[in-house]
Write a protein that binds this ligand. Structure first.
Ligand code: GDP
Ligand code: GDP
Ligand code: MG
Length: 317
């Protein structure tokens, strides 16, 4: 077992369990659509289209997948359900690869700068703080010196929640309590990371809507202040999206990526939803890579997004 499997980043069982609801939904509908058939006809393709759309893959991506399947079955009409499923898996993986020129997501702890600064953004309740706790644990497991920054000073419980995660992951935290200036917390965190020789600083922010001008300006200010302390900071800006909101997550992703320089996406709460197809739609339609997926509330429930294993888990038997 490699290191990444050991720390849970690529555990097949965790992934399969995490997307169980989505998979069951898809397979159930697929079984019904295929009952009594031994070939793929127009009706099967229509039903397949509906299955993908109702699984939140999204219209654009669904049509691209159907086109690919159509081409394949034009040559090869007689297929079993199992063969169709395999075809579906292969074509989705190929589609995602075609649309993703850069390298597949990896867990990268080989930082170019010290400290490497990561800012985590997104709307309220999507799982930002939880994802930071999980990431803190991963980097710590990878032998890195981690520092957390509690720049969500808006809600009373927000700082306390991050303190709890810092204890769980056993990493230090910089905080100034509720109502402190978030830019000041960000400044302190990055300065402290530099002084202590931290490898990575993970900074939490208050939930914000892309259409709230003041909050977006605050984010710009936080970013500018970080850059004063460490060149090029923040080096990563992770947008967290709640996958269980389906097409809503897609809308947020589009709006945020237009407003902020997002470097990667984290899609959370896949375990509680049948809308797991959204990961495929977002991965296909946006230029920003899906880096992480959240598969539960525990510290171990975060994985690196790998197209092939994800599609296999979602459309497997
Ligand atoms: P924030 O407001 O964006 O910081 O969101 P939080 O990190 O506070 O998370 C909001 C809620 O979602 C909490 O109850 C978390 O436990 C829960 N949560 C976060 N990620 C996941 C996940 O991957 N799966 C599940 N089931 N719950 C999650
Ligand atoms: P502004 O654009 O005029 O507000 O000023 P700056 O760009 O210099 O700083 C923006 C924010 O960064 C300030 O409001 C502070 O919260 C924070 N900041 C800048 N310098 C320091 C510093 O030396 N210490 C701390 N704690 N925060 C600082
Ligand atoms: Mg939070």
């Amino acid at each position: 077992m490699g290191f990444l499997e050991k720390i849970g980043l690529k555990k097949k069982e965790t992934l399969e369990k995490g997307v169980e609801k989505s998979r069951e939904g898809i397979l159930n509908k697929l079984g019904k659509a295929f009952v009594g058939k031994d070939r793929v006809d127009d009706q099967t393709l229509d039903e397949l289209e509906e299955i993908l759309i109702t699984s939140d893959v999204g219209v654009t991506t669904t049509l691209e997948i159907i086109q690919r399947i159509e081409k394949r079955v034009a040559k090869d009409k007689f297929v079993t359900q199992a063969e169709l499923q395999t075809m579906l898996r292969e074509e989705i993986v190929a589609l995602l690869k075609d649309n993703d020129a850069d390298k597949p997501a990896e867990f990268d702890a080989d930082f170019q700068t010290k400290p490497h600064v990561v800012l985590v953004v997104g709307v309220n309740g999507v799982g930002k703080t939880t994802t930071i706790g999980k990431l803190a644990n991963l980097y710590k497991q990878a032998g890195k010196k981690v520092l957390l920054g509690a720049a969500d000073t808006f809600r009373a419980a927000a700082v306390d929640q991050l303190i709890i995660w810092s204890e769980r992951a056993d990493v230090p935290i910089v905080q100034q309590g509720q109502n402190a200036d978030p830019a000041s917390v960000a400044f302190d965190t990055v300065s402290s990371a530099k002084a202590r020789g931290s490898d990575i600083a993970l900074i939490d922010t208050a939930g914000r809507l892309h259409n709230k001008k003041a909050l977006m300006e605050e984010l710009t200010k936080i970013k500018r202040v970080m850059g004063k302390v460490v060149d090029g900071a923040p080096h990563e800006v992770i947008l967290v999206l709640d996958a269980s909101t389906g097409q809503n997550a897609m809308q947020q992703a589009k709006a945020f990526t237009e407003a902020v320089d997002i470097t990667g996406l984290a899609l959370t709460k896949l375990d509680g939803t049948a809308k797991g197809g959204i990961v495929i739609g977002i991965s296909n339609e946006l230029n920003v890579p899906v880096k992480y997926i959240g598969l539960g509330e525990r510290m171990e429930d975060l994985q690196i997004f790998e197209r092939e294993s994800f599609v296999n888990a979602l459309f497997g038997e």
